[in-house]
Design a binder for this molecule. Structure first.
Ligand SMILES: *Cc1c(COP(=O)(O)O)cnc(C)c1O
Ligand code: SF4
Length: 292
């Protein structure tokens, strides 16, 4: 397990841990755990059945109107609960800009697609030159309106975001959005704030998604603090995900009942716009399932 998905985390991220205890909410997200090798019933290698939703290499088209582009297979951090942990090598992410032509042709041939979502892995593992070239090609497809980037980079390694944001993301006619992945208030260290500010100044709409994780954030005070800080930093909380049942992540499992109870508590404590939706990915559905 750890051989296929080794420990990986930037120094700056590890420095946010409040202690050296492996149960620290920062360390728990990245330290390999012996329970990863336990076989949990109902937990699969590809829980979302994504290998079947790829019309061409690099594209996942499951939901109407939007398509995921698997821009990179790499991440700056290896989150132990990740549902893509088994998929390195299965989800093809074309390496050279030229190799993206079939994906671009597919998008051009599907006028119902309004939004492209850069995903992965973490799309910001690619160079700015690579990303600029891809976005330039996307801008030429007339029916595309929006470009959304799903990334953990601005939080995990904020130095990747320049003082003027990401020019390839904002020097396009497409409306830019970024969905940040953040799970605990300790992740929102002071150095993250200027990166988010630079993106906002460049007119990027900032949203967040959080995975509900046992022993990390399955607590109303922690979640309320996280959503409060995100909102104050100009990020609108969008999703709180129930963990996808990926093999090796059973020790992070939080029940639906606890998730719904936590959501109820958040609703009593936060402004409505700061409360994320409790959501889950269900294979075969045309949208995420909203559970609270
Ligand atoms: C989450 C997800 C999307 C985006 O869904 P939104 O409801 O637009 O946030 C698109 N495609 C796949 C495969 C997804 O998992
Ligand atoms: S950054 Fe995202 S894709 Fe990468 S390991 Fe973490 S959760 Fe998975």
């Amino acid at each position: 397990m750890t051989r296929l998905f080794p420990f990986r985390a930037p120094e700056g991220f590890l420095a946010r841990a409040a202690s050296q205890d492996p149960h620290d909410p920062i360390l728990r997200q990245v330290l390999p755990h012996p329970d990863e090798d336990l076989a949990w019933p109902g937990f699969a290698d590809d829980p979302l059945d994504e290998r079947r939703a790829q019309p061409v290499p690099g594209i996942i088209a499951k939901y109407p109107g939007r398509a995921l582009m698997l821009v990179s297979g790499e991440c700056p951090i290896h989150c132990r609960f990740c549902f893509r942990r088994h998929q390195a090598g299965h989800l093809a992410s074309p390496a050279s800009p030229e190799a993206w032509q079939p994906a671009l042709d597919w998008l051009a041939g599907h006028p119902e697609i309004r939004e492209v979502i850069f995903s992965g892995g973490d799309p910001l593992m690619r160079s700015d030159a690579f990303l600029a070239r891809l976005v330039h090609q996307l801008g030429k497809i007339p029916h595309l309106q929006r470009l959304r980037v799903h990334s953990r980079m601005a939080v995990v390694q904020p130095g990747r975001i320049g003082s003027r944001g990401l020019p390839w993301l904002t020097e396009t006619r497409l409306q830019p959005l970024m969905m940040l992945h953040v799970n605990h208030p300790l992740e929102l260290a002071p150095e993250v704030k200027p990166a988010l500010k630079a993106l906002r100044h460049a007119q990027v709409v900032l949203l967040s998604q959080t995975v509900l994780l046992r022993g990390v954030n399955d607590d109303p005070d922690i979640l309320a603090t996280l959503m409060e800080r995100l909102t104050s930093w100009g990020v609108l909380p969008c999703y709180l995900h129930l963990l996808d049942p990926v093999q090796g992540a059973g020790h992070f499992h939080v029940s639906l009942e606890l998730g719904q109870r936590l959501l109820h508590q958040l609703r009593q404590r936060l402004p409505g716009y700061a409360v994320p939706r409790l959501a889950q990915e269900t294979p075969g559905q045309l949208a995420k399932t909203v559970l609270a």
